[in-house]
Write a protein that binds this ligand. Structure first.
Ligand SMILES: [Ca+2]
Ligand SMILES: [Ca+2]
Ligand SMILES: [Ca+2]
Length: 258
């Protein structure tokens, strides 16, 4: 604590200073200060005060430098944050662009896939039609007069042969004319035809239910009344009359008509 003595000279303002009736009073005021500049003191006390002033200045300078450092740090942090934020935004923009590109490519791939799927379906359909045509060629569909004929390449029972014909949209051949008889025996093959007496022995009917009116039985045929020969085949194809009755479970080639 520092002390400062103050002396105040009191005298009336409207009187000269030598006015005898005047009263000169001196009031000593003593105040207590926490700092700075006392007016009157000895040299030692003044030196101590100068030292303290220097300390305050050093402290003030240090405080100022600290404030500057803090300000610089704050500016650096804000700058880095701003920079980082800017880079983050740039990265986000790049990612968004990449995402948009990928989405676009995905849509294009989807479109290409749909087109390819459509082309595949068309090719599949064409393949099916070509296979059918090829099946006709390979499986020996032959046109004669107003009918198509299929001659099998394997042997089956009469009923299995008929089932195969039906699966092909046809049935075992019905020989309606001499020309058709000549055509079928001209194939030079033993073949089941669509004629049977399975329902009534001795009563031969075509597979469409019509009775047999004109026949081409070989000599001594049909002879299976006692041996259960209920299905007809072309057997003696070198003869004009070429038919034979045979057990229906025998295996033979066959001819379909549609
Ligand atoms: Ca016919
Ligand atoms: Ca019979
Ligand atoms: Ca026979």
């Amino acid at each position: 604590m520092d002390e400062l003595d103050i002396y105040v000279n009191l005298q009336p303002l409207d009187k000269p200073s030598g006015y005898p009736g005047g009263r000169r009073s001196t009031v000593k005021c003593r105040e207590t200060f926490h700092t700075l500049e006392p007016n009157t003191a000895g040299p030692a006390r003044s030196g101590a005060r100068d030292g303290k002033k220097s300390s305050y200045r050093v402290a003030a300078v240090c405080l100022g430098l600290l404030c500057l450092l803090l300000l610089a740090g704050l500016i650096t942090v804000v700058f880095q944050y701003t920079q980082g934020n800017s880079e983050w935004k740039m990265d986000m923009a790049l990612l968004q662009t990449s995402y948009n590109n990928l989405t676009e490519e995905r849509d294009q791939l989807q479109t290409s896939y749909n087109n390819l799927a459509r082309e595949r379906d068309q090719l599949q359909s064409s393949y099916g039609m070509l296979t059918k045509e090829l099946d006709h060629v390979k499986n020996r569909w032959v046109r004669f007069s107003r009918s198509l004929y299929y001659i099998s390449s394997v042997e089956k029972s009469w009923q299995e042969s008929r089932d195969d014909c039906r699966n092909r949209g046809a049935d075992l051949v019905i020989i309606n004319s001499k020309e058709e008889q000549e055509f079928t025996r001209g194939l030079k093959k033993r073949l089941w035809i669509g004629l049977t007496d399975r329902e009534t022995e001795g009563t031969w009917r075509w597979v469409d239910g019509t009775p047999l009116t004109k026949s081409y039985w070989a000599s001594l045929e049909p002879n299976g009344a006692s041996s259960d020969e209920d299905c007809a085949e072309i057997k003696m194809y070198n003869e004009e009359t070429s038919w034979n009755d045979a057990p229906c479970d025998d295996r033979s080639f066959w001819i379909c008509e549609k």
